[in-house]
Ligand binder design. Sequence first.
Ligand SMILES: Nc1ncnc2c1ncn2[C@@H]1O[C@H](COP(=O)(O)OP(=O)(O)OP(=O)(O)O)[C@@H](O)[C@H]1O
Length: 604
Amino acid sequence: MVRPYFAVSALEGADPVSSLLLGTPTSPPSPVSPPAFLLFQCNHHCCFCLFSSNDLARFLLFSQFSILMEKSAYFLFGGTNFNKKKFATDFAKFKKCKEDDDSTKKVSFFEEEEEPEHEKKAVSSKKRKRRSANSEPIEGFDVFKSSKKARGKGKEEENTKNEVVENPNKELNRRMEQDALARKQYNIHVSGSNIPPPLKSFAELSSRYGCKGFILRNLAELGFREPTPIQRQAIPVLLSGRECFACAPTGSGKTFAFICPMLMKLKRPSTDGIRAVILSPARELAAQTAREGKKLIKGSEFRIRLMTKPLVKTADFSKLKCDVLISTPMRLQRAIKAKKIDLSKVEFLVLDESDKLFEQSLLKQIDSVVKACSNPSIIRSLFSATLPDSVEELARSIMHDAVRVIIGRKNTASETVKQTLVFAGTEEGKLIALRQRFAESLNPPVLIFVQSKERAKELYDELKGESIRVGVIHSDLPPGERENAVDSFRAGETWVLIATDVIARGMDFKGINCVINYDFPDSASAYIHRIGRSGRAGRSGEAVTFYTEEDVPYLRNIANTMTSSGCEVPSWIMSLKKQKWKKHRPRRDAIYTRPTADEDVQEE
Ligand SMILES: Nc1ncnc2c1ncn2[C@@H]1O[C@H](COP(=O)(O)OP(=O)(O)OP(=O)(O)O)[C@@H](O)[C@H]1O
């Protein structure tokens, strides 16, 4: 039997083979296994690798889960048998009402006519006999036909036999075709083996997977009529117990794509420690994910906790009731280091914004969290709107039999955002262009990104004296002030929020009309995430990117992203040479137009 195997964090220069052996597996993968090799290639300074392949335990757990699911589903759906023939008139009325009434559609997740798959399995043989005795005979499948009658059928019987032999293949092919068509329709691309079909509707959560009523009710209450493409595919993948790495555009509903199956798989609240962990790269995003998750557990006993500073300091985690813990890597690592928290029972680990989490600066923290989540049957998943090849390789090597789900084209910006580039010449030119824009039409809420906290402060000082309600957020602010900045912006008290990339990822501000890249983004992925704060959940939005002379060599990288999401770019930009992937953060002149005290003195 293959035992779980972890080998983590070898520092620069370490031998990949010896670092692999740190985990001392009973039966390790071959010491020069391709995953290990790949890992070293894609991380110049640090190697992070993990192998977990306890297939037997996974299989047993899954079987137990299936049995439990069958049982609970039987209780949920058993005994309700609507006689459509007898109540034909009423049924017709009901059907019509269902079609007419939008609000009924909302809760129609419960009204699947098709029998749940697991329920079908759970029906006892006694009941099956009773059913088949009552049901109309179906030609070729009536096992109660007399043998005499059957003998008389002769050729017919032969045909039936062939049909039965052929049918499983035919049926399989038909289903595969249907799945492929559905994936094509929703622009879903998958790779991996035995991938479950995409969801047709939220109702299938109940009919196919026996989803608890409170989740369906909450989804309906949120006004979600149908799953987004990433939800259609990622939810069944995770529900089938598979690991998954997924890439879908900004604002396309990835959060519920992992929270929903996680809650369904947890089945019921427990007092037996933390069972799921979601890692987010920034506090604001972690807080938002916790808030969204809480919307989905309304009416249940589940507990979702956000790892805050006071919680790290004072909580007794052994007594804390918590099913799902949401944290930044740093806070969780602190609790792990202080031996305050036991993550050995964690069944689900989600790395949200995974490409950010796998950046060099966070790798050690991620490493210690992954190590602490030592349950061999853990299901890990990676989600992001950008998935560089290096991260994909890393994901492949650390995950077990993972399914890859890509919506649309990898690493593209949201198609609902109108994107433009504006040449501002100099730093001073940017400020003039910004003021001019505000004078012509200020359509709040507007989000402005700058490249550093110093520049965020400078721009805020410039604009705060004007008639615009402006806020600022960067990593130098204390947590309370950061929270206030976000809350005021959400509440519409501030119209313009100046920010560093600290809120570029994942933040879901409803209805941002315009994102202004005051400073050119340092990479194409930063561009995709920044402008993705607008144009969310199918809404339209706008993004304006200022550039100066020093940004020109990097225009082409952004231009590619723009064209692949359907925006026009001047041909001279498209003919520029492509730059190698490199963070672009030039030293820029300070932001000011008002004379400083020194200049005042000189002028006098
Ligand atoms: N099925 C759905 N129907 C309608 N709206 C949805 C659905 N699922 C999620 N949403 C809404 O879509 C918005 C964006 O969702 P979410 O924040 O999960 O996007 P995301 O893909 O994680 O984006 P990002 O890449 O920026 O993190 C949210 O306001 C959410 O409430």
